[in-house]
Write a protein that binds this ligand. Structure first.
Ligand SMILES: Nc1nc2c(ncn2[C@@H]2O[C@H](COP(=O)(O)OP(=O)(O)OP(=O)(O)O)[C@@H](O)[C@H]2O)c(=O)[nH]1
Ligand SMILES: [Mg+2]
Length: 448
């Protein structure tokens, strides 16, 4: 199961906490663990046969002719906001039930071959305790992307880890080498210290063979990632259906805010929420067009003010009024990239936040810092600096694909103490997923 089929927050209570057990079961991954390699292969084969059959039946449905995409202008929004010079772009949320086969990556993923990607992904899901009949093609597809995305980070980590651990019980020297390795992978000093002190303590008590050493390492890494998530008391970030939700995406230039917002809009729409985008990047001339394209892909309306140097806080103001009038579930706010050192630009963010607090005091507000994983430790400094201006509630880690510094997720969780909410591993609309510490650590150390 993916966020695709996430029940809405209000439905969760009666839905047996399905998301939680599937999206992330944290460290409880051993409950249902398949005991032998042979069993896991049997499980994977069963799963493959089921998904293949399911996929073939979907293909039959897809072959039936579909209507052309309907283009509708959402006049109600423009009327509401004309006075403040904003424009509403795109479709009314009421029109969301139309054919969305606009772009190839909007289509559901295809079933892959029965290969190592499939067997590894199914193993991870089985270890999380997911039942064979709960797994979707999308789950496998995402895990495959995640594992591939973390390939560069893993290459440095796993092969050297193997060398360090060897076949003999863990030695103090091996643990010292491990320290260097984790630091090199941008895991950060704090997180590395915490993990190693557990390992060292265990070594004082008993002899630890390499397999056990890896297991301890995995558990500790998962614990570190889980800590801020546990403290936030919301395991997976989903909008509250009974209230207005406002998710503000902030970060330095080019980290992937707009792309992430486009993917989030799509994820939310697929999950049954009504969404509105506030195009509050009024700094870059092309920013509105960029977000417009993303909005159109998911048929999400946009509130924008294309005039030069428009006040981003005013755009947010108009978007919130429109959302309130419409009863929208989720307002996604795109903001301009800014360096954490530019005081006036940081002040602009604080102003946006003040407008939100004044106009929607009962809304659930998430300030999500978007971090480019390839920037490694720099991301941590950004998190610290942004948190000083606006209260950050979480982090979205992008560009894990192609980055060798995915370890920064651990530094962010343990030093900035921020929960990682989503991760992006590609430029496609489906290349974003709610964060799961279990999946992340398994993908980071896949092969071990
Ligand atoms: N490979 C990869 N590229 C990504 C990912 N997310 C975003 N990008 C790319 O990063 C580039 C910048 O993305 P934007 O979404 O425009 O970044 P931004 O933070 O909105 O940029 P500014 O608004 O200029 O600050 C684009 O080329 C995106 O396609 C990702 O997860 N993986
Ligand atoms: Mg942008």
């Amino acid at each position: 199961m993916t966020y695709d089929s996430l029940p809405n927050r209000d439905e969760k209570k009666t839905n047996n906490n399905e998301i939680l057990s599937n999206i992330d079961d944290g460290n409880s991954g051993t409950n249902n663990k398949i005991s032998t390699e042979e069993d896991s292969l049997v499980w994977a084969r069963q799963l493959y046969a089921r998904l293949k059959a399911q996929h073939e039946s979907t293909l039959t449905i897809e072959k039936q002719p579909q209507n052309d995409i309907k283009q509708v202008n959402d006049t109600s929004y423009s009327q509401e906001t004309k006075s403040s010079n904003t424009q509403s772009i795109g479709l009314n949320n009421d029109e969301l039930n139309i054919n969305r086969s606009v772009s190839p990556d909007l289509k559901s993923p295809q079933i892959s071959q029965f290969d190592s990607d499939f067997t590894w992904s199914s193993e991870v899901l089985a270890a999380k305790g997911v039942k064979v009949d709960q797994v979707t093609i999308e789950d496998i597809d995402w895990l495959t992307r995640l594992r591939r995305g973390l390939q560069k980070t893993r290459q440095g980590l796993v092969s050297q880890l193997l060398d360090i651990l060897g076949d003999d019980p863990l030695t103090p020297e091996a643990v010292n080498d491990l320290e260097t390795l984790l630091l090199k992978a941008d895991v950060g000093v704090n997180a590395t210290d915490k993990v190693l002190s557990v390992l060292r303590q265990r070594m004082n008590e008993e002899i630890i063979d390499p397999t056990e050493g890896i297991q301890i390492l995995k558990n500790e890494l998962k614990n570190l990632l889980e800590e801020p998530i546990r403290e936030s008391s919301q395991k997976v970030l989903t909008p509250d259906k009974n209230r207005l939700n406002i998710w503000l995406l902030v970060g330095v230039n080019g980290v992937g805010k707009t792309t992430t917002l486009g993917k989030l809009a799509n994820l939310a729409v697929r999950s049954g929420y009504t969404v509105l985008i506030a195009a509050a990047d009024t700094f870059r001339a092309a920013a509105v067009q960029q977000i417009e394209v993303w909005g159109q892909r998911s048929h999400v309306p946009i509130i924008a003010n294309p005039s030069v140097n428009a006040d981003p806080a005013a755009v947010v103001f108009d978007a919130l009024n429109a959302a309130k009038a419409k009863g929208t579930n989720l307002v996604l706010v795109d903001t301009a990239g800014r360096l954490q050192t530019k005081h006036n630009l940081m002040e602009e963010l604080a102003k946006i936040r003040r407008v939100i607090d004044r106009l929607a005091p009962n809304a659930v507000v998430e300030s999500l810092l978007v971090l480019d994983a390839s920037q490694g430790q720099n991301g941590l400094y950004q998190a610290m600096a942004f948190a000083k201006t606006i209260p950050l509630t979480g982090v979205i880690l992008t560009k894990l694909d192609g980055s060798a510094r995915g370890g920064v997720a651990l530094a962010v969780a343990s030093e900035a103490k921020l929960p990682i909410r989503f991760i992006g591993a590609g430029e496609g609309i489906r290349d974003l997923h709610p964060f799961s510490s279990f999946e992340f650590v398994e993908a980071l150390l896949a092969g071990k």
